[in-house]
Design a protein around this ligand. Structure first.
Ligand code: HEC
Length: 183
């Protein structure tokens, strides 16, 4: 919850730069109580409720003014970038390397051989990670299934060492949006 506290002089509800009005169903006492609890313990959050408050004759009032939208496209891309490159490490297996073993940044996520053998010889093992930049040929709902359940809509589970991811739906959508944004 975000708490915006705005002082006004005359005390007309709805001033205060947050651009909205008090819901008519709320009394001043209701609004004031809500505001105090919201302002006492403002939790940083992207979604949810935004409160605007203003002071009227020394009384702090607060109004429910809007529901913040879900993450913007730019925030979603930044989250996807973070997950792909720093958390789920897709980049490490799906990008080819140069002679020194460094990631070839000119071919990010363009598919790469897996140079290791399985430590479990009887388990399925893939020796190549496919290109995932742009997610060619993938429908979003199939990619969401893969990243949230570890298996595709057909039930197919990619071979190790592809991890069976259990991302949240929001994280899966962010990863997909980021991969789609790549050439
Ligand atoms: C430890 C190495 C590794 C990591 C980390 C990894 N992958 Fe993979 N991935 C593979 C391998 C190997 C395959 C090929 C599996 C096969 O052929 O069955 C694969 C296959 C895939 C496929 C194709 C699956 C199919 O059904 O054809 C997609 C899509 C994919 N990975 C996406 C990702 C994404 C997105 C991430 C990060 C969130 C990721 N991978 C992280 C190794 C990895």
């Amino acid at each position: 919850m975000t708490c915006l506290c705005v002082q006004t002089e005359g005390g007309r509800a709805g001033a205060g730069g947050v651009g909205d009005r008090f819901p008519s169903a709320l009394t001043v006492a209701d609004v004031s109580k809500t505001c105090r609890s919201a302002c006492a313990d403002p939790l940083p959050s992207k979604g949810g409720v935004v409160f605007g408050s203003l002071s009227v004759s020394g009384l702090v009032l607060c109004a429910l003014v809007s529901v913040a939208p879900a993450a913007t496209a730019a925030e979603q891309l930044a989250r996807g970038d973070y997950l792909v490159n720093h958390v789920a490490m897709c980049v490490q297996c799906h990008t080819p390397r140069d002679g020194k073993g460094e990631l070839d940044r000119t071919r990010l996520l363009k598919g790469a051989p897996i140079p290791l053998r399985s430590p479990f010889p009887h388990q399925g093992w893939a020796f190549r990670a496919p290109a995932i930049a742009g997610l060619p040929g993938w429908a979003d709902h199939d990619a969401v299934a893969l990243l949230t359940t570890g298996r595709r809509l057909t039930g197919y589970t990619p071979k190790a060492p592809m991890p069976p991811f259990r991302l949240t739906r929001d994280d899966a959508n962010a990863v997909i949006a980021f991969l789609r944004s790549l050439p």
